[in-house]
Design a protein around this ligand. Structure first.
Ligand code: DAT
Ligand code: MG
Length: 140
């Protein structure tokens, strides 16, 4: 998979804090290419499909509420092993314990914020990436 694609989202907290440039800087510095880029406030339909695997979990409703609370930057990123690579750049789900050097570890905060406010999303497998890119960028 030489030119693997992944869907990256800078979540509403990242956009509100002015961190889109910082996230994309790290992505580009890693050597990945930006294939598509769009700023939009997602509706529940897209978010429900995007987070379908989490439906029924206690954090599902707050997660959708948060994700639709403001604009997100949706980005299709391309590069060798970009799915794994971006997950590594992002760090683990909880910003409090994400490793220093990662986006969530360096930039995430724990000032009473929820785990969902962890700045970024990255697809977790080739299947997820194909599904999510089709959802956010139909026709790409
Ligand atoms: P990731 O975004 O690291 O792939 P995930 O797919 O397990 O994590 O969960 C999707 C999002 O849901 C995650 O970015 C933040 C939120 N979330 C996950 N686990 C949570 C929890 N235990 N409490 C609150 N929010 C959670
Ligand atoms: Mg996930």
């Amino acid at each position: 998979k030489e030119r693997e694609r992944t869907l990256v989202l800078v979540k509403p907290d990242g956009v509100a804090r002015g961190l889109v440039g910082e996230v994309l800087r790290r992505v580009e510095a890693k050597g990945y290419r930006l294939v598509a880029l769009d700023l939009r406030t997602p509706d529940r339909e897209v978010l429900g499909a995007h987070y379908a695997e989490h439906e029924g979990k206690p954090f599902y409703e707050p997660l959708l509420e948060f994700m639709s609370s403001g604009p997100v930057a949706a980005v299709v990123v391309e590069g060798e092993r970009s799915i794994e690579g971006f997950r590594s750049l992002a760090g683990t789900t909880d910003p409090t314990t994400a490793a220093p050097g990662t986006i969530r570890g360096d930039l995430g905060r724990d000032w009473g914020l929820k785990v969902q406010q962890n700045l970024v999303h990255g697809s977790d497998s080739p299947e997820s990436a194909a599904r999510e890119i089709g959802l956010w960028f139909p026709g790409l």
